[in-house]
Design a protein around this ligand. Structure first.
Ligand code: GDP
Length: 467
């Protein structure tokens, strides 16, 4: 076999995952790493993800489009593992274009993405409303139809992006799917829901599609066809394009949404999201082989937060002024980007991180929001739990056992100096370095990056994932 002298050296690929319950600050890091990438890929989730980026002091929130879009020339891919609400995607494109960011020529959407349509959101909302009425535990979904869309995918009845290419087939499948959804909505007595209060698109509530608790064919169909026209030029064989780009020497960045403990298999089931958030799904959710995932960066907040229900062993009181939990919530501005919901706050959980390191095969950690801990006298680090009278050193699987875990803490001294904006490791407060070293020791994963403010430049680099 001869190898052509002009053959490009294949690119290096990095996966970024959240190692806790999401909101770890992945957006900032993805944006920062994009400097070294030619392509950024979303591989799971839907528009329930939310990244906040601060570029030159300007805040931008993205839910579906990879944040790499903010960098000119970078290609962005929505892989087959993502469930797609085309209307939301078009809204985001519109917002970016208004800020003079060129999107359409750089965005590729997999034809294998399952579609999210208004009836998915309707069922999502009707189910949570029914649970609330019955007094049973809500999952805490964002009510955007992500879960039902994944259900359709697994049940092999989903409408996918590629169906938009065949209008007659699309209409027939839509009719069938609607009959199924309307039966479910009837059973949940969806007439009780005030659909005018449930958003679908920015200026369009679900009442545009629902009459007497039943989703209507015509408005759903008409909107889908209109959206299809706009989406068409961006539809692509993303798997093939990624493999070609890799061979041609492009570095690719796989951008995980949510976090490992929200993974459908490895998270705190059933209080989880509907997709696999772990690094391995970067391959399946985009159509590259696992051998192309060269480095896995685990984004890890210097403390823990969680939105919605579900067990959280190190949770603190985060509502009482002056407490450490309140400090985290206030200084860390812990409010969801996508939903505006307050995030629960608690101490760093190294035993949880061990689970995360294991299921992701983490190469290195990026610790974010270290600056939020500035000014706390003392820090507690959870190194294991007591579970039914026994000591365990790794987070158990599933919600029931986790619910019974009593954290075992090590106390470490805090620091009064500021770490905010520090860009060199040696300039961090002594006790902050001590805290970080202990995290490395307990979790067994080296820290390669540290973030000390929302700003792109306030990042301490110890080892570059792309090098
Ligand atoms: P993501 O979904 O994982 O990207 O996380 P979010 O965007 O929901 O939340 C992270 C929030 O923390 C955003 O508002 C970021 O601007 C902010 N952030 C990221 N890194 C840092 C940091 O090192 N320090 C501080 N204070 N804020 C940060």
């Amino acid at each position: 076999m001869t190898i052509s002298k002009s053959a490009a050296i294949p690119g290096r690929n990095v996966v970024v995952v959240g190692t806790q319950w999401g909101d770890e600050g992945k957006g900032k890091l993805v944006d920062w790493l994009t400097e070294s990438a030619q392509g950024v890929v979303r591989f799971q989730g839907g528009h329930n993800a939310g990244h906040t980026l601060v570029i030159n002091g300007v805040k931008t929130a993205l839910h579906l489009i990879p944040s790499g879009i903010m960098r000119p020339g970078v290609k962005c891919y929505v892989g087959n593992g993502v469930v797609l609400a085309v209307g939301k995607l078009l809204e985001e494109i519109g917002g970016l274009e208004a800020a003079r960011v060129e999107v359409r020529s750089r965005l590729r959407v997999s034809e294998a993405c399952p579609l999210i349509l208004p009836f998915h959101a309707a069922l999502d909302v009707a189910r949570e409303a029914a649970k609330e009425k019955a007094g049973t535990a809500k999952i805490g979904t964002t009510g955007r139809g992500i879960g039902p869309a994944y259900e359709d995918k697994v049940a092999r009845r989903a409408l996918r992006v590629q169906d938009l290419k065949y209008p007659e087939r699309f209409a027939a499948k839509l009719r069938e799917l609607l009959a199924y959804y309307n039966t479910q909505l009837r059973a949940l007595d969806a007439r009780q829901v005030d659909w005018s209060l449930v958003p679908w698109l920015r200026d369009q509530p679900l009442s545009a599609f629902v009459v007497d608790g039943q989703v209507q064919f015509d408005p759903v169909h008409e909107q889908a066809m209109r959206h299809a026209e706009q989406l068409r030029p961006m539809i692509a064989d993303v798997s093939r394009e990624l493999n070609d780009a890799h061979r041609a020497g492009a570095n690719l960045l796989f951008e995980g949404a949510q976090g490992t403990l929200l993974d459908i298999d490895h998270g705190t089931y059933p209080f989880v999201t509907s997709s696999n958030c772990v690094a391995g799904n970067a391959a399946a959710g985009s159509g590259v082989g696992p051998g192309l995932l060269h480095y896995v960066l685990g984004i890890t907040k210097a403390y823990c937060t969680r939105v919605g229900g579900g067990p959280f062993p190190t949770e603190l009181d985060w509502e009482t002024e002056g407490t450490p939990g309140w400090h985290m919530a206030t200084v860390g501005a812990e409010k969801g980007v996508t939903t505006g919901r307050a995030r629960r706050c608690g101490w760093f959980d190294a035993a949880l991180l061990k689970r995360s390191a294991q299921v992701n095969g983490l190469t290195g950690l990026c610790i974010t929001k270290l600056d939020v801990l500035d000014g706390l006298n003392e820090l507690q680090l959870c190194v294991g739990y007591e579970l039914d009278g026994e000591r365990v050193d790794i987070l158990p699987m599933g919600a029931d056992e986790i619910e019974r875990c009593q954290p075992i803490y090590e106390t470490l001294p805090g620091w009064s100096e500021t770490s905010a904006g520090v860009t060199r490791y040696e300039d961090l407060p002594h006790n902050a370095r001590r805290y970080l070293s202990r995290i490395e020791e307990v979790t067994g994963v080296p820290i390669h990056v540290i973030s000390t403010s929302p700003d792109r430049d306030h990042t301490i680099l110890l080892q570059h994932p792309f090098q």
